[in-house]
Design a protein around this ligand. Structure first.
Ligand code: NAP
Length: 316
């Protein structure tokens, strides 16, 4: 019987991914974080890494893994993986695009509706027994508003479809215009923000998009505008955002992702014109199962010598 390949996990993985991994691999669960001596013994044999969209796979970690062949990420974003260092060592990186588009797009719309209609605030109003003292302040109409989408890829397009069903007009920015799509393109994010009531951010994270949403963009969004971030915390200058929310430069923000997750600044938590959720974009049972199946399928295909279902673009 051939020995199972050694695999290191670089995130706490759900049982529905761990179980198939343990059947097919000798799994070392986050050994690099938990036991340096034991990790040093197995590191030369590790042929696969498996992690989540938030996992960090640095050049320093890769340098300790001379037998590594594949990094399988259960998530579409892989900004924590040093893909250039992987490629330089002949390591392929895979991810799980498409299967989470619906969930992330659903959440983006839910966040936009929640911040516009002040649903969490209304829930708190009722729970606090304040209703008998009078009605809530009036909220912002969502249907028919203008949505600006920063990033018109797989998920951005799913968000746009939903927005259109609500009668919103849609404009967007991306690295390149998409002439086949029926939406207005702006090559500058500030110009898009100036034309938007709801600015929804859904680009990848990483160096290219770091603080893309900065003070001038928030200024352009203006006092009637709302920011929705379902991309990565790194894409928004969180200090500038807090300042804009405190000063009323923008009307509000609804955020799934944060600069220093899972830590959310007290200044943000203290505000009433925000809706804050803990990175739940893809967090439904059906979608997490589909992501786990794809992450496992990438590993299986690699070790069977078959074409990979979903390598990242840089590794195609
Ligand atoms: P995708 O299909 O690759 O689309 C990414 C879009 O961002 C593309 O339209 C791309 O432009 C645009 N873009 C990239 N760099 C940009 C830049 N510097 N400035 C402006 N636009 C830029 O990816 P996806 O599948 O839609 O996923 C997008 C991201 O969503 C992921 O990378 C991840 O970070 C995030 N995400 C979050 C959650 C969550 O739980 N909140 C879940 C899943 C994904 P071009 O089209 O011109 O290339």
């Amino acid at each position: 019987m051939t020995a199972k390949p050694d695999l290191l996990t670089v995130a706490k993985l759900a049982p529905f991914l761990m179980e198939p991994l343990q059947d097919a691999f000798t799994v070392h669960d986050r050994l690099h974080e938990n036991d340096a001596a034991a990790f040093a013994r197995v590191a030369p044999h590790i042929r696969a890494l498996c992690g989540s969209g938030e996992s960090k796979v640095s050049a320093a970690l890769l340098a300790q893994l001379p037998a590594l062949e594949i990094v399988s990420i259960m998530g579409v974003g892989y900004d924590g993986v040093d893909v250039a260092a992987c490629k330089a060592s002949g390591v392929v990186v895979t991810h799980t695009p498409d299967v989470l588009n619906d969930d992330v797009a659903d959440l983006a719309l839910a966040l936009a509706l929640n911040i516009a209609r002040r649903i969490p605030q209304a829930d708190r109003h009722v729970r606090a027994g304040l209703w008998p003292q009078g009605p809530m302040p009036l909220a912002t109409k969502f249907s028919g508003a203008r949505m600006g989408i920063v990033g018109m890829g797989r998920i951005g397009q799913a968000i746009a479809q939903r927005a259109r069903a609500f009668g919103l007009s849609v404009a967007y920015t991306a690295r390149s215009a998409k002439p086949d799509l029926p939406y207005t393109f702006h090559d500058q994010v500030a110009a898009l923000a100036a034309q938007s009531d709801f600015l929804v951010v859904i680009t990848p994270g990483g160096a290219a998009t770091r603080k893309l949403i900065d003070a001038p963009v928030l200024e352009a969004l203006g006092p009637q505008g709302y920011l929705i971030n379902v991309a990565r915390g790194s894409v928004v200058d969180e200090t500038a955002l807090i300042d804009a929310l405190q000063r009323g430069t923008i009307a509000g923000a609804a955020l799934d992702v944060f600069e220093n997750e899972p830590h959310v600044p007290e200044a943000l938590r203290a505000l009433d014109n925000v809706v804050l959720v803990p990175h739940i974009g893809s967090a439904t049972r059906a979608t997490r199962q589909a992501m786990a199946d794809r992450a496992f399928a990438n590993l299986q295909a690699h070790f069977a010598g078959k074409p990979l279902p979903s390598p990242v673009p840089e590794c195609r």
